[in-house]
Design a protein around this ligand. Structure first.
Ligand code: SAH
Length: 231
C-alpha cells in the first residue's frame, strides 16, 4: 500500500525524512514530494510538506491522491490543546475533524456546517486510529483521541478558544487537519491526524508555540514512524 504523509511545516517532516530511504522526488505546485520507504516497512511512502493552512493542505492532499495514488493519508504536526487535561508534549489522535472557521450562521446555519454538503464532520479511519492508539500507548504516552478543529487562524485568544470548545468540543485546534480530512472524504481515502501539543491555544500560546513546537514535531514524527511499521 502507498501511504501519504503530510506535515504543514519543515520541522514536522524533517525527522521522518531523515529516516526514509528516498528513491525519487517530484516537485508539484512548488511542493517536494519524497517517494520511498521507511524503516523495514514494505509500504511505499510519499512524504510532503504542504505549507500552512487549509487551502495549502487540501491542494497537497489532492495532488497526493491524483498523482501519487496514495491509499491512505496521515497528517502529522503540532496543535494547540483545547481539552483541559491535555498538556504540552502530549499526543492527540483524531476521531474526526471539523472546520471551526466555516460560518454561514448569519443565514441561520449552524457554525461549522458546510452548506449543501452531506456532512461537515469528517470521520478518521478506524484501523489507522487503532494503530495510532497502540503506538502511542506502547511508548508510554497517555492516549487522547477526539475531534480536531481546524481553521485559518492561530488560536491564542481565550474567548476564541472558548467559542471553539463550546461549539465543537474538540481535543485540539490546528490549521490543516480538517482540510486534509475533507479532501480525503471526497476522494474516499482513509485518513488520520496525529498531532503533538505545542501550546494551549490561549494566553501565552504564542510564546509556548515558539518554545515547544520543534520538540512537539519530533514527538509526532516518532509516532508516525512507529505507525508505519504497524499498518
Ligand atoms: N509563523 C509561524 C506560523 C505557525 S502557524 C511559523 O511559521 O512557525 C501554527 C502551526 O502549528 C499551524 O500549522 C497549525 O496547524 C499548528 N498550531 C499549533 N498551535 C496552534 C494553535 N494554537 N492554533 C492554531 N494552529 C496551531
Amino acid at each position: 500500500m502507498t501511504i501519504g504523509i503530510i506535515g504543514a511545516m519543515e520541522e514536522e517532516i524533517t525527522n521522518i525524512l531523515n529516516d526514509m530511504n528516498v528513491v525519487a522526488a517530484k516537485n508539484v505546485l512548488g511542493l517536494d514530494f519524497h517517494l520511498g520507504t521507511l524503516n523495514n516497512s514494505s509500504h511505499n511512502i510519499v512524504l510532503v510538506r504542504s505549507g500552512i493552512g487549509k487551502v495549502n493542505a487540501a491542494l497537497c492532499t489532492q495532488v497526493l491522491i491524483d498523482l501519487f495514488a496514495v491509499d491512505a493519508v496521515i497528517n502529522v504536526g503540532v496543535a494547540g490543546a483545547i481539552d483541559k487535561n491535555i498538556k504540552i508534549g502530549d499526543i492527540v489522535i483524531s476521531t474526526d475533524a471539523v472546520q471551526h472557521d466555516f460560518d454561514t450562521s448569519a443565514l441561520g446555519d449552524e457554525p461549522g456546517v458546510i452548506s449543501r454538503m452531506d456532512t461537515s464532520v469528517f470521520p478518521a479511519d478506524a484501523h489507522l486510529i487503532e494503530v495510532a492508539k497502540k503506538v502511542v500507548s506502547d511508548i508510554g504516552f497517555p492516549v487522547y483521541e477526539g475531534r480536531i478543529a481546524s481553521g485559518d487562524q492561530f488560536v491564542s485568544d481565550p474567548a476564541v478558544k472558548e467559542r471553539i470548545a463550546k461549539l465543537f468540543d474538540p481535543v485540539c485546534c490546528e490549521m490543516e487537519g480538517a482540510a486534509i480530512a475533507h479532501a480525503c472524504y471526497l476522494n474516499k481515502i482513509p485518513f488520520v491526524i496525529i498531532r503533538a501539543i505545542s501550546d494551549n491555544a490561549a494566553e501565552g500560546s504564542d510564546v509556548n508555540y515558539e518554545r515547544f513546537f520543534r520538540e512537539a514535531a519530533v514527538t509526532a514524527g516518532r509516532i508516525i514512524k512507529n505507525m508505519i511499521a504497524e499498518i
